[in-house]
Design a protein around this ligand. Structure first.
Ligand SMILES: NC(=O)c1ccc[n+]([C@@H]2O[C@H](COP(=O)([O-])OP(=O)(O)OC[C@H]3O[C@@H](n4cnc5c(N)ncnc54)[C@H](OP(=O)(O)O)[C@@H]3O)[C@@H](O)[C@H]2O)c1
Length: 95
């Protein structure tokens, strides 16, 4: 999905953000000043990623989320739109 605003003004929701490709995506966007909404099931791992994002200049928020739970996904969407207009959703999980 193309971004509609400059990255430093963008909010990006990243699922699978606690490790691997999701965490790497969060760091890349944080370096560009994005608000990154970090979602996965394991909150302590998300907090570690969030600390690093903040060090890199991003604006992280942590939303523990199991993407197989529709209510949790609704809460994640609400958290994203509370931060700003969501410019992109980066999805890492298979399926
Ligand atoms: N790494 C590669 O080189 C590569 C190459 C091609 C394709 N892929 C595919 O890309 C995807 C990600 O790979 P990866 O290496 O980044 O894997 P990873 O390090 O295992 O990361 C998976 C992420 O998904 C989260 N997750 C898993 N189940 C979840 C659920 N139900 N709800 C919310 N979050 C969930 C995990 O966090 P929690 O467990 O805390 O929820 C974790 O943050 C995989 O499907 C993989 O097969 C990877």
């Amino acid at each position: 999905m193309p971004l509609t605003r400059p990255l430093p003004e963008s909010t990006v929701v990243i699922t699978g953000a606690s490790s691997g490709i999701g965490a790497a995506t969060a760091y890349a966007l944080a370096r560009r000043g994005c608000a990154v909404v970090l979602a996965a099931r394991t909150e302590p791992a998300l907090r570690v990623v969030a600390r690093r994002c903040a060090e890199l200049g991003g604006r992280p928020i942590v939303v523990p989320t199991d993407v197989t739970d529709p209510a949790a996904v609704q809460r994640l969407a609400a958290a994203g739109t509370a931060v700003g207009t969501v410019a992109a959703i980066a999805r890492q999980r298979r399926g």
